[in-house]
Ligand binder design. Structure first.
Ligand SMILES: NC(=O)c1ccc[n+]([C@@H]2O[C@H](COP(=O)([O-])OP(=O)(O)OC[C@H]3O[C@@H](n4cnc5c(N)ncnc54)[C@H](O)[C@@H]3O)[C@@H](O)[C@H]2O)c1
Length: 451
């Protein structure tokens, strides 16, 4: 953390999409807390994009280094904290190396993608006494905090069960099937890559930990085999050069940032940001269901769909004194992206498309036994994500304050969030329930380190 005399010295590894929030914060709103010393990435083009942006937009000079020389860079440049925004399967090695080299770590969710690397991270934290912060931004969203507050204040008594359904649409959901995520060893599949956000919310809402997991699901919509079964042949869709024909295609030429970051830099590493969602090689599921038993007795019934016509989520929390329901519509309907390279109707925004059947918005309802339902106000703050991003960044860069909702997440939280997905993935193979205690995730080392 920063002191009055010296700012904490940061490096960021992984200069793709997600690093923007951290780089911007360190160059602007949180520059008093930390100095952005350097960036690293295996792709020199993306690295250069952010170095130029720091200079042009914020007048900040940023150094670069080869990620293979991380230890040397940390030690010779006295780096205090490493922010890791690389693909999920690379997190563990960078975390362990950073800690051993003497730096603390801030890592994007998910902490990592399997049990072995989770245990390795926990052992290293115990050995080195260094810190790992996992950034769970969903906790900071005002609606999710409002639900936490209502449960914590005992408005529905003791929680007995949760129904949680998350739908990703054919814009956002499809995107995971175009990139590195599509191979399960890279992302842990959506149960880890995406749903670790959701399981973290449940763990945090309940202030409890999962004990036993049963999962079911599969790849039922995307992928070459499913497309062939439905008669969707490649010639019916656009190619990369006429992507505007295909509503499932990402036309990287039409988005300046995506073009500069990914399309223009493919020649360095062959990273294709716009792979065909109906092409071969996808090894992760797009429809998933989980039943999880929690240690104090609550049961979670969860589902994830990645090809819905709208995007959002519904949570119902049952308690001994009533029920809370949170309904969120993030996008009411997906508009075909383009026709002939131009938006179908540029005047139709997501908001304007909302109709009376499904409208973009959110609603938190409390109904206690024997009483009428009442709506709980969701209080938004200033800035992006209802003010949630600022609170998250404050906790990361200034250190956790005295938060009544305990939003800052440490290593134990990071492990509990992936525990459901890791055990869920085992359950998908064994087709039976998996006890969390039978999988070595490093939870006891992490708990010891936290004492
Ligand atoms: N909290 C959230 O809501 C949220 C949102 C998006 C992404 N994320 C997380 O952020 C991380 C990055 O996701 P993204 O969408 O920015 O991905 P991305 O593909 O856009 O960027 C990843 C970057 O890492 C680089 N890279 C790949 N392998 C590397 C290696 N071995 N060493 C160094 N650099 C390497 C790539 O060249 C690329 O520039 C992921 O862990 C993802 O789960 C979190």
């Amino acid at each position: 953390m920063s002191t009055e005399n010296a700012r904490t010295r940061y490096v960021v590894i992984g200069t793709g999409g997600r690093c923007t929030m951290y780089i911007t914060a360190l160059c602007t709103t949180h520059a008093d807390a930390g100095e952005l010393v350097a960036l690293a990435d295996i792709n020199p083009g993306r690295l250069e994009y952010y170095v130029n942006q720091a200079k042009t937009d914020y007048d900040v000079d940023v150094d670069t280094f080869d990620p293979a020389a991380l230890t040397e860079y940390i030690q010779t440049k006295n780096i205090d904290r490493v922010i890791i925004t690389t693909p999920d399967f690379t997190h563990a090695d960078y975390i362990v190396e950073s800690l051993k080299a003497g730096a603390d770590v801030v890592v994007e969710k998910p902490l990592t993608v399997n049990a072995e690397s989770s245990a390795r991270i926990a052992e290293t934290v115990k050995e080195t006494g260094k810190e790992v912060v996992v950034t769970f931004n969903y906790r900071y969203s005002p609606r999710n905090t409002a639900l936490k507050a209502a449960i914590q204040e005992g408005k529905i008594g003791e929680v007995t069960s949760i129904d949680f359904s998350w739908v990703l649409d054919t814009v956002h959901g499809a995107d995971y099937f175009r990139r590195w995520h599509r191979q399960k060893e890279n992302s842990g599949g959506l149960l880890i890559h995406k749903a670790s956000h959701h399981f973290d919310l449940v763990n945090w809402w309940l202030a409890d930990a999962p004990e036993r997991i049963y999962a079911s699901g599969g790849l039922k919509f995307y992928g070459a085999e499913n497309a062939a079964k439905r008669g969707i042949t490649p010639h019916l869709r656009g190619t990369r050069d006429d992507a505007e024909k295909d509503p499932f295609a990402l036309d990287m030429r039409t988005d300046e940032k995506i073009k500069k970051l990914y399309l223009d830099n493919e020649h360095h590493d062959g990273y294709l940001r716009d792979q065909d969602v109906f092409g071969p090689g996808i090894t992760m599921e797009d429809n998933l269901a989980i039943i999880a038993d929690y240690s104090r007795g609550a049961v979670l019934n969860y589902s994830l769909n990645a090809h819905a016509p709208w995007e959002g989520y519904q949570v119902a929390v049952n308690g001994t004194e009533g029920r809370l329901e949170l309904e969120v519509v993030e996008r009411a309907a997906v508009q075909p992206l383009t026709t002939g390279g131009v938006p179908v109707d540029p005047s139709i925004t997501d908001d304007a498309r909302s109709n009376q059947v499904r409208a973009k918005g959110e609603r938190l309802v409390l109904q206690r036994h024997w009483q009428e339902a009442e709506e709980i106000e969701i209080v938004e703050g200033e800035g992006s994500h209802g003010g949630g991003d600022k609170l998250l960044l404050d906790d990361i860069f200034y250190g956790p304050g005295n938060d009544p909702y305990k939003r800052p997440a440490g290593l134990v939280d990071g492990i509990h969030a992936i525990a459901v997905g890791i055990c869920g993935n085992k359950s998908l193979i064994s087709r039976g329930p998996v006890e969390v205690k039978n999988v070595d995730l490093g939870l006891s080392a992490a708990a010891e380190a936290a004492e």
